[in-house]
Design a protein around this ligand. Structure first.
Ligand code: HEC
Length: 137
């Protein structure tokens, strides 16, 4: 009888351990953001966020990114074709939107680029991104 209880207790301790390991070792949102960035953005903005010369602006250390947090969701979903000045350099090539991305995916991408490559921008909430997407024109 005593042995059974011990086995049971050990079993529970083991399962809790496994569970804690999984919770601590993966952050699904950040992983998804990194994955999607790699898939949908890195060909132009480069894996290290440095951009490509005068064609594609950088995201790493971008003053535009920092000052236009409220526009990001719409830029990602619907693109942008203004003349943008990023860190003192002008960019004229339009960026196409990536319409297949949903609001959760867009939030995760934004939070990835906001904190990757030493960027230290505030985390964006899904509710706010969702609201922004309703007001894109
Ligand atoms: C085909 C190339 C291409 C792809 C793919 C692309 N972009 Fe862009 N991106 C551009 C260009 C070009 C501009 C400048 C647009 C302009 O001048 O109007 C830009 C501008 C931006 C800007 C604002 C300027 C800055 O550097 O801060 C952000 C933010 C941005 N892109 C994020 C993304 C994200 C996130 C993705 C992936 C979901 C992405 N882009 C995919 C080419 C691209």
């Amino acid at each position: 009888m005593f042995k059974m209880r011990r086995i049971l207790v050990l079993g529970i301790v083991f399962l809790v351990g496994v569970l804690l390991f999984f919770i601590s070792s993966c952050s699904p949102s950040r992983n998804q953001g990194a994955y999607l960035y790699e898939r949908d953005c890195s060909s132009c903005h480069m894996p290290d966020g440095s951009g490509l010369g005068e064609l594609y602006p950088p995201l790493a250390g971008s003053d535009y990114l920092k000052n236009n947090q409220g526009k990001l969701a719409c830029i990602i979903k619907y693109g942008i074709s203004d003349t943008l000045t990023v860190n003192g350099i002008q960019y004229d090539v339009p960026m196409e939107g990536i319409k297949k991305l949903n609001e959760v995916e867009i939030t995760n991408i934004i939070n990835y680029i906001n904190t990757a490559w030493n960027n230290q921008l505030v985390e964006q909430k899904l509710e706010d991104i969702s609201l922004q997407l309703k007001k894109c024109n």
